[in-house]
Design a protein around this ligand. Sequence first.
Ligand SMILES: Cc1cc2nc3c(=O)[nH]c(=O)nc-3n(C[C@H](O)[C@H](O)[C@H](O)COP(=O)(O)OP(=O)(O)OC[C@H]3O[C@@H](n4cnc5c(N)ncnc54)[C@H](O)[C@@H]3O)c2cc1C
Length: 516
Amino acid sequence: MVEHADAVVIGAGFGGLAAAVTLAGTGVRTVVFEQHSAPGGYATSFESGPYRFETALHALNGGPTPGGGADEVFRALGIADRLTMRRIDPHFLFRSAGAEIMAYADPYRHEAHLIHAFPGQAIGIRSYLDEALAVYRDTRRFQTDMVAGLVPSPPEMAVRYPVMVRALAETWEQMMARHVADPAVREALSPLWNFIGLPPSQCSAVGAAAMCAAYQEYGMWFPEGGAKAIGDALVRELVKRGGEIRCGQLVTGLDLDDSRAIAATTADGGRVEADLFISNASAPALLELVGRDALPADYIARIERVEPSLSTFAVYLGLDRDVFAENGLPHDLFIDRMGDSDRSFQAVLEGDWANVPLTATDYARIDPGCAPAGHGVVVISVWAKWDAEDTWGTGGRVADYQDQPQYRRVKERVADMLVDRLANEVPGLRDAIRTREVSTPLTNFRYTRNPKGASVGPENTPANTGTGALTAATPVRNLFLAGAWTGAAGMNPALSSGMAAALQGLSAQSAASSRT
Ligand SMILES: Cc1cc2nc3c(=O)[nH]c(=O)nc-3n(C[C@H](O)[C@H](O)[C@H](O)COP(=O)(O)OP(=O)(O)OC[C@H]3O[C@@H](n4cnc5c(N)ncnc54)[C@H](O)[C@@H]3O)c2cc1C
């Protein structure tokens, strides 16, 4: 059966949902197709017994604070009043090779704590933190200009956003090293590489510094009900604006006519014609959706040049006590045995689970609805390669991975090791465990179809940042990209990228119609 809509959105991650809400808000009849049974992509939750587990969200930056990014985005998408945002304070505890740094929500207290830990390094620590904030401010100016249609030329970029442009070519390590010579201080300034998936020596200075500054200046926030509350609010707003979402529908192809997409086809034989298409699927998926023959060789090469970011392995624990609260631990606990992010990253690449950096996140205090009163929810997550453990016990036969006993044996063995490690750090944890669930990179792929279970789109290197990132526009004139693969890793950036993709699509459409 052939149907007609004004716009089709492929994928209901935050990029796709934000694009759809934006389009529907202008009266464009919009249909969203989502292959999973629920919207949200990575930004969702699942339930096991009396516990609700976040699949991804540790913290959002910005929250309802004006200037922090999320406030403006949530308002534009019509969901600000539907969410109750809670502030996380302190942010995290970083335990590294015997040393401990608590990161507080107040940026000046955070700075003072770092200086207390490294007396004599005050000038370097302060100047680095000031530059990180200046990078954040320039990235916000850039995003604000883009949304307003004030797209700068490359020479204008250096004038309008000088601090961001200077940092674009640098790794985070290089940027920190301009201020701080002592590697131990740089390690203490950068535990949030655990949110990026590349150590400071490899990740983009702009992405990392802007993310840290946003958290420090505008706060770490958590919506009551978790990331799913945001996805649900977006779906409600979409429907209110006349849009539609169809879950459990995999888009398998886009039909083209003269470099324009004319229809999306689904695995169950459906076909929807439309004038505008937004894809929230991964960039590599575009090669199959559109077909290589329809894309220029340099665009294909650009997509293929980019390595997917690392995937994740997670253990979800439902506890009959809130042991994080009992032990005075904050929302996130980062444990880095090596005291050296490069060596820790090497442990990830080698699948050395005894030494990979480990993040443990406590949810019951920030989101009491996720567990019965007095209980706890803790999620352990580590970076993990898609092809570790001989592709997680399947020997590469991943299609029916869940049914394979060896897959289950491997994931439970790795989970046991990680729980042992956390139990050694958090007294009372082991005895409190009532429920345990585990996810692997194969789980990530199944629910989001990100290649190799990539967690944050492409690797967050300097080469993939700024002008190196894929733009929303594609060689297919009425097809635009939204989400992490356009350099918008993280939930707020994914939302902004969806809005920007929709606005670019609409203005391209109106430019085309004024020419005819
Ligand atoms: C473990 C983990 C922890 C994270 N923690 C945080 C955090 O604390 N804070 C933060 O801000 N960010 C965090 N992130 C990153 C953040 O979750 C993502 O960057 C963001 O949610 C990605 O959004 P997206 O729009 O790119 O879409 P995705 O979440 O990648 O979703 C894409 C959607 O498209 C659908 N799809 C794909 N192909 C098709 C198709 N052909 N047909 C139909 N549907 C299709 C998928 O099923 C999926 O629903 C984390 C990520 C992970 C994995």
